[in-house]
Design a protein around this ligand. Sequence first.
Ligand code: AMP
Ligand code: MG
Length: 321
Amino acid sequence: MGSEFSLLIYCNNADLATRAARSAFDRIAFLDQTLSDYRTDSELMLLCDQAGGPPVPVSPELFTILRRSRDLSERTEGAFDVTINPVVKLWRRARRNRELPSRDQLDAALDRVGWEKMILDDDSQTVRFERPGMRVDLGGIAKGFASDEALRILREFGISRALVAGAGDIVTGDPPPGRDGWTVGIAPVLDPDQAPERFLSLANQAVSTSGDAERFVEIDGVRYSHIVDPRTGLGLTGRSSVTVVSPDGTTSDSLATAISVLGPDLGIPLAEQTEGTEALVLSSSGGSESPRPRMTTGFETLLAPLPIGEPSIPSVAGPES
Ligand code: AMP
Ligand code: MG
């Protein structure tokens, strides 16, 4: 998944903690081998190789995440779309070469994009892509899903006081001993290396931050994010950082990416309509203008006082290998 995962565990049996952690990392490695688009031999990439052909049976994990992705595409009218990979690839190349993809290249890639052309059959657990050349990219949802799975494995070992962080996607279990929650800092949108200004206190919740703070390309004075608007094929340009808190990481991760595309006017209502979910959108039109916060009504109740002498975990959009 091109990211580092870390686990924080409170447990008074070091041997149990080590075995549980090993098992959780094994699960993450398995999901990487299943869902990654960086590995040509992942289950997902082998599935995409058959695009244009008959339905293909897939593993329960792959089916689940594609189902979750497609459901969010429907809810966002395609703002979140995991079939965006052909376009994302052009932008990855643009980042390497510092050269914009041409309109023709973008249009040719967009021809192979479309969540409605990814057909899922719940009964037979099969997937079919209507067009040859279609490819899926789970970069906007897989880290949250893998973090959920890692926490589930730790719980199977009887460990509930734990936190799993996959770059900007963090899933928390019960709080550390003697505390009400895990303190997670929200990185400032303009300079993620600066100390966080806002902190959340979370337990048995997930938080994801999406934004262009770390992954972008600047060409002719315009910053293009690694998040792409499927309607235009263009990387997002305004500076923004979206933080979403949800009961699970699959939801927070995918919603943070979706709300980045939708913007606050459509994105905040989407979060309000999602059970157990709160969102904060910081966006600015550019320059040094400080970002304007927009949030769901319940977001403020999650804010924690500035931690003094307490460890906190930064939630930032993670680097890409
Ligand atoms: P995140 O960091 O979770 O916001 O995910 C960003 C990643 O999601 C990108 O690097 C792409 O792999 C993928 N992506 C980009 N645009 C979209 C989109 N419109 N819908 C779904 N996934 C996207
Ligand atoms: Mg995401």
